[in-house]
Write a protein that binds this ligand. Structure first.
Ligand code: NDP
Ligand code: 2IT
Length: 457
């Protein structure tokens, strides 16, 4: 049990019984248990003197997806072989708006991972202040090594089943790991073809067909705006800070770019093969090169060390052993262990901003909190992505496109507002703000109160 949050006996007892139930009802789903635990450990103390939430079983109902869709995705590879994957959509909670959340294509995708992501998404979307419920989906499809035509046929088959369950007022998917502009284009094209409707059913679309300015940049930029706000709240700045970043996809490369723009030094990037280290700080030219490498060329991060003499590649390891001031994990879940957290703390890290979803294992989160390191939890830090997706939905409904400057300002303001909501609920009498509790409580209140209004549905 977390040492950081549940420290009164009554809440601890409720919490233990509650988690026993969650584990019993969802066997073999460790990522889902972890995500529920992280939220519940901060909500039980908050609701201990608010019996209405207990009487109406709000936390129990929140941990049960409203609907899970699970389907076969058959497709044919370039050699003519029939292949079969497993597709999912977890429609978690629609209390405050249509289900909204990304699609992940990765061989590791299973129900536990998508339930953790859909559960988290509900609180994250609430934090944005926009009317969006929570959902997540995807498939255990591995886009690596597949041709564009294979990816297209897969996406078309995936949407040929999913189209009947989604819609601009029902459920609006977007990208996540392995799903970027190319995949969204193929899926939107197939949806439009089947339904004969041009509506905002997916976000992250190309700018030519209803996409929003700033959506590509939003998650990474938003994460660094959140880090900037955390540092400012504690009388510090990003300027001159050495920042460790993992991943080299959409989120990581835009996080690195924003660190650079704000005067910091992004030292590392990574992929599943290892990490690159640039002690001088990556330049814009190097970040652009990585965007092209991991985007259109679909290459490996190790190639950066062959291209640039001041970059080294460290095979099969993660960047957390490098000495730095801040860390922004931006690849995947559980990529920072307790031992790695201890190393970061020993090296004097000041702030962690979770740009990926649940990148820190629970004992790592506890270690940062206990050491007084500023800890920005994923559901607040990376909410800029879905936030701009919400703005894409608004533009699509109005059949209008807003200017880049307007979206830039909206994103920056949204991240400041999310930060301030976390401070409102997470400010401690002494020591740093508890952003974990702040984000969970601020996200919870709106969804819980909407659920109370509806009665027992
Ligand atoms: P991308 O597919 O663009 O990039 C993913 C990156 O993470 C790649 O560098 C990939 O390396 C690495 N990675 C993926 N899985 C693993 C793994 N199991 N072990 C090690 N490295 C891994 O995804 P995004 O940048 O979009 O997403 C990154 C994270 O941010 C995810 O946690 C996602 O849920 C989260 N997120 C994304 C948002 C968005 O708008 N895109 C919004 C909010 C959160 P490799 O190439 O070797 O696979
Ligand atoms: O985890 C996330 O917030 C996303 N992958 C983005 C979801 C979205 O609907 O834009």
């Amino acid at each position: 049990m977390s040492k950081s949050s549940v420290n009164d006996t009554k809440s601890a007892e409720y919490m233990e019984r509650y988690m026993e139930g969650v584990k019993k009802r969802n066997p073999g789903e460790p990522e889902f248990h972890q995500a529920v635990y992280e939220v519940a450990s901060t909500i039980f103390p908050y609701i201990k003197d608010k019996p209405v939430y207990h009487q109406n079983q709000i936390l129990e109902r929140m941990a049960e997806p409203e609907r899970v869709i699970y389907f076969r995705v058959p497709w044919t590879d370039d050699a003519g072989n029939v292949r079969t994957n497993r597709g999912f959509r977890v429609q978690f909670n629609s209390a405050i708006g249509p289900y909204k959340g990304g699609l992940r294509f990765h061989p590791s995708v299973n129900l536990s991972i998508l339930k953790f992501l859909g559960y988290e998404q509900t609180f994250k979307n609430s934090l944005t202040g926009l009317p969006m419920g929570g959902g997540k989906g995807g498939a255990n499809f591995n886009p690596k090594g597949k041709s564009d035509n294979e990816v297209m046929r897969f996406c078309q088959s995936f949407i040929t089943e999913l189209y009947r369950h989604i819609g601009e007022d029902t459920d609006v998917p977007a990208g996540d790991i392995g799903v970027g502009g190319r995949e969204i284009g193929y899926m939107f094209g197939q949806y439009k073809r089947i339904t004969n409707k041009f509506v905002g059913v997916l976000t992250g679309k190309g700018l030519e067909f209803g996409g929003s300015q700033m959506r590509t940049e939003a998650t990474g930029y938003g994460a660094i705006f959140f880090l900037q706000n955390m540092l400012k709240e504690h009388r510090d700045t990003i300027e001159g800070k050495r920042v460790l970043i993992s991943g080299s996809g959409n989120v990581a490369t835009h996080a690195a770019e924003k660190v650079l723009q704000l005067g910091g030094n992004p030292l590392t990037l990574s992929d599943s093969g290892g990490f690159i280290h640039c002690p001088d700080g990556l330049t814009q030219e190097q970040i652009d090169w990585v965007k092209e490498l991991k985007g259109a060329r679909r290459g490996r991060i190790s190639e950066a060390a062959d291209q640039f003499p001041n970059i080294t590649f460290h095979e099969k390891s993660r960047p957390w052993g490098v000495e730095a001031d801040c860390a922004v994990p931006s690849a995947t879940q559980n990529e920072v262990s307790a031992a790695e957290a201890a190393g970061l703390i020993k090296n004097g890290v000041k702030a962690i901003a979770e740009a990926a979803n649940m990148p820190c294992e629970q004992p790592a989160v506890d270690a940062f909190t206990e050491a007084g390191v500023l800890f920005g939890p994923a559901k607040a830090v990376n909410a800029g992505g879905v936030g701009v997706s919400g703005l894409e939905m608004s533009q699509n409904s109005g059949r209008i496109s807003w200017e880049p400057d307007r979206l830039r300002a909206l994103l920056e303001n949204m991240m400041r507002d999310i930060h301030d909501s976390c401070v409102q609920y997470g400010k401690a009498d002494e020591g740093p703000v508890n952003y974990l509790a702040g984000a969970n409580i601020a996200g919870f209140v709106k969804v819980a109160d909407a659920m109370l209004s509806y009665g027992h549905v």
